[in-house]
Design a protein around this ligand. Sequence first.
Ligand code: CU
Length: 279
Amino acid sequence: MSLSRTLKQFCFIGFTFLITAGAAFATGPEPWQMNFQPAVTPVMQETNDFHMLLLWIITAIAAFVLLLMIYVFIRFNARANPEPQQFSHNTLLEVIWTAVPILILVLIAIPSLRLLFLQDVIPEADFTIKTTGYQWYWGYEYPDHGIGEYFANMVPEEALAEGQPRLLATDNPVVVPVGATVRLLVTAGDVLHNWAMPPFGIKMDAVPGRMNETWFQALEEGTYYGQCSELCGQLHAFMPIEVRVVSQREFNTWVRAQGGTVLAQAETIDVAAQDTAQD
Ligand SMILES: [Cu+2]
């Protein structure tokens, strides 16, 4: 294969990669998908944007280094350049190749720190959900609604309903209203687990005897799936996480069905939504 053909193919693959990287995908992961699945929360949206920024930077650096190497191979090989130069220092060049990487790192550090604080600083939450990892299922509690702990087990393959994904669907999903800011407390009852929800940008360790804290604000209705992401034993792969993001009204109905109390501010939303529906 000629060099120019290889180069052309390389450019084609790189270009296709960058084009597909920016395209939007359907809900959830897709076979042969590149990059992250669609973001549902502001944190994941920012994470995705940051990932795309890094992808452009890293592609530019890799292309620059590759072209530089090709140039050196052709211009300075023993045949093309039989008598090499003997100097070994160039102050200007050395300043440039020190300063430019520093500038690139600073450029990366600013959005990186902003994202870190966005994830870490929990905004004023509408309510709290507490999740506990067990071998091998998850427990969920809605303390503000007075809903005691219930358990979410994986739906076995033979019991899957139409549209339920294998190894990801649970019998008692987490239900949250769309747009609500939820504070999530994460702990474990036996060994280390990890509550990971890719479309929300969450991967939080569940540690026995310790309460970790994170948050999310799901902006699109739908059913989203995640998995335990900390090796926790024999059935580690079989304790999925299912979150249903529903309208405030549906959420209020669900809360009542669980024997919980609808929060005062949500009651207003509930009534307002009913009024709109009746009009
Ligand atoms: Cu686990």
